[in-house]
Write a protein that binds this ligand. Sequence first.
Ligand code: PHE
Ligand code: NA
Length: 452
Amino acid sequence: MTDKTPSIHGEWSSRFAFILAATGSAVGLGNIWKFPYITGQNGGGAFVMVYLICVAAIGIPIMIAEIMLGRRGRQSPINTMQTLAAEARVDPRWGYLGLMGMIAGFLILAYYSVIAGWAMAYIFKAFFGGFFGTDGNEVKEIFDNLMASPIQQIFWHTVFIFITMQVVIRGVKGGLEKAVRFLMPALFVILIVLVAYAMASGYYAQGIHFLFSPDFSKITADAVLTAMGHAFFTLSLGMGAIMVYGSYLPGHVSIAKTTFFIAGADTAVALLAGIAIFPLVFANQLEVATGPGLIFQTLPLAFGHMSGGWLFGVLFFVLLFFAALTSSISLIEPTVAWLVENKNIDRQKACAWSGTACWGLGVAVVFSFNIWSDFKIFDKNLFELLDYLTANLMLPLGGLCIAVFAGWMMKQAHAEQELELPAQGFQAWQFLIKYVAPAAVFIVFLHVLGVL
Ligand code: PHE
Ligand code: NA
């Protein structure tokens, strides 16, 4: 089936196009916005180490599995899983894995879009010179003002969802390849500029120390869960985004090599962001555990003081917006592909429906930063709740199921044939996907539940 039946939604023009799209999906707010602030909240080095181990031992094997399942099934995640379950003669309810992923992507996009909206608002603040000569207090005030304004946030959230849906309507190929092609190198360059600025801040060593010297006394079961959940989130795993992109992948592409590239680029961007941000946190006596506002309260200080800061500031937030966009389209693509396949509606309508629903939930997320900030369930506001539910629970659970399916349900001869790895490589993957990844997720879940 691999070569003969291309996906009805179109195919990537080449292996390179897939790499670009999947890297675009992976590299996003998760790397630049989320990684630094959760690292700050969870004590630094030990958390980073657990995250890196999870990327290597769980994330990479599961990404290989998810791409492989997508390429073999060639449809939206729900239908792919049903097709593959039939092929493997196992319970058709494996299709629910696709459904859970679809819901997860939808819930993530609702808040992802709000944060992307902050980045858009910051493009204009940078453009109009808002950061020039600011100190820590002024930068905090700028951010707090944005948080206090539902109108501003809803405006940008609306613009962001609208642009996302415009791209998705055009389908998987149009525009996307080009956007990512210039985005990644540009993002690297600007992060290196920021790292250079951080090196000159006098607090570089402190930042590096915070990020890379592990103090395991700071680690709790919940921190481990957050680190593991973030490995899934940052690699776009466990919800079908990478699966649906894999379904547009022509045969005879080395899935493993592709995965190493994507995971490497994603990790590099996250670490560079951390290295750029933490020296600034210490140089300006800011709180490491500031939370979701961290990059918005640190990087503007750099832009406000470095030479060329106006240009770099505008560019940085433009690039952050594009990085968020190439991720957001992959969050909603599983839903759109499924609506087109099963509800017999065209892409345009599918986008209109799913985009509107996501927008509505996003408005509620905006309120969780201001007028509803005291409304808490399990001591979490709506934003925190959605984040926890998706990144810490749904994605690892989805990843666990993907690992079990690829390692235990599917005929291993089929996996071998799809992956085309040298024997040792295949055995290593099999070991990780059958034992290591499922056991790790399971054990972390049990710890958080307090059972272990
Ligand atoms: N990987 C993206 C990021 O780091 C977020 C994402 C999660 C995208 C899940 C798609 C699916 O920003
Ligand atoms: Na990422």
